[in-house]
Structures are given as C-alpha cells and as structure tokens.
Design a protein around this ligand. Sequence first.
Ligand SMILES: N[C@@H](CCC(=O)N[C@@H](CS)C(=O)NCC(=O)O)C(=O)O
Length: 192
Amino acid sequence: MATYISLLEAGAKFDVNIINLGKNEQSSPEYVAINPKKKVPLLVADGRGLTENVAIQSWIAETYPEAHLLPSDSWERLQAVSYMGWFGAGIHPHITRHFKPAKFCADEGSHADLKAKAKAAYMEQLEVVETELNDRTWFFDHYTVCDSYFFWIYTRALAEGFDLSGFKSCTAHNERMRERDSVKSVLAHIAS
Ligand SMILES: N[C@@H](CCC(=O)N[C@@H](CS)C(=O)NCC(=O)O)C(=O)O
C-alpha cells in the first residue's frame, strides 16, 4: 500500500500485482523465484528486483525527483531514511506479531499475552510519532514518502482494532492522507 501510494504520488507508470497474503501467495514458487524473502513489497524495475520499504521508497523519490518526495536538505533526507527505517524495523514488527501470534509462539495459551505486548509496544512507539508530528501537516515541510509509509503504519493498526483516536496528530495525518487522490485510488483498488 505504501509503495503503491508513493508511485502514484510520483506520477510513475507502473503495473501492480497484488499478492494475497491470506492465501499465502508470498510463498508460491512463482513469487519465491523473484523474492525468496517471501515478503511484500517487491519492486521490479528494468528487470531487477528491490525489496524493503525503505529502499523502494527511496528509489521512487530518487527516480522521480520532480515529485520532491524526499527533502532536499541532506540532513533532512537522512532524517527521512531514519523515519522509514524506524517504521520498518521499530513499528511494523509489532503489528505483525499482533496479527500472526502463531508465527512467533507455538503455545496458543500465550497468544493473548503476546498480542497485548505487541499492542503495547506499538502504542509506545506511536506516542513517539505523535510527539514528532506535533500537529504538523506532514513529517517535513512538504509531502514525502514518509507520509505514504506512515499511512500504512497507522491504517494497518486500525485494521487490528487498535483505538488510535487519542493520537491526535497521527489521526489528523491519516484523515489528511485519505483526502489525497493517490490514497483514494489505492484504497478503492484494494477494496475491489
Ligand atoms: N522489512 C520488510 C517487511 C515487509 C513485510 O513484513 N511485509 C509483510 C506484509 S506487510 C509480509 O510480506 N508478510 C508476509 C509474511 O510474513 O508471511 C519491508 O519493510 O519491506
């Protein structure tokens, strides 16, 4: 979802192949042949594959510079990479543990505890994002790939049933994102 939004924001021409994780399509022989990590997203450009949100988002911003999807200041660009690294390694895994506790713990009786801990860890990190955003419209002084990526981080937790209404800046960011044509079109595609 995050990379799809950024590709639209960039004005890129591209095809989308939806990999149905519910049907375990990320483990199909066809997909594993192009991405042995068995994860989405995967970007294929000029016959080469690129994985990891942080790398794909950076590729989009660098390949379509006219879209200004990263800050121009070098310190701020690295700050953007830092945000994306944090979203990917420091926040996303908590959602995964909440969604699929059986993947991490064989003892079914411990799943509720694992989920509670994953949710608490997510909430703790979101509090930090809340402080960082602090009523700002975007993570930087204009829209960047960090905004696309954070949209997923927040929206996916909503789907897990987390009550995020107390995070005012994050919630306003999510509502603002939903007004963008890119997000409307991605949500419509996913729902169809
Ligand atoms: N570090 C990777 C993580 C990607 C990831 O975990 N993707 C999830 C979906 S949001 C996935 O493919 N899950 C399939 C699975 O774990 O079986 C990135 O940032 O791109």
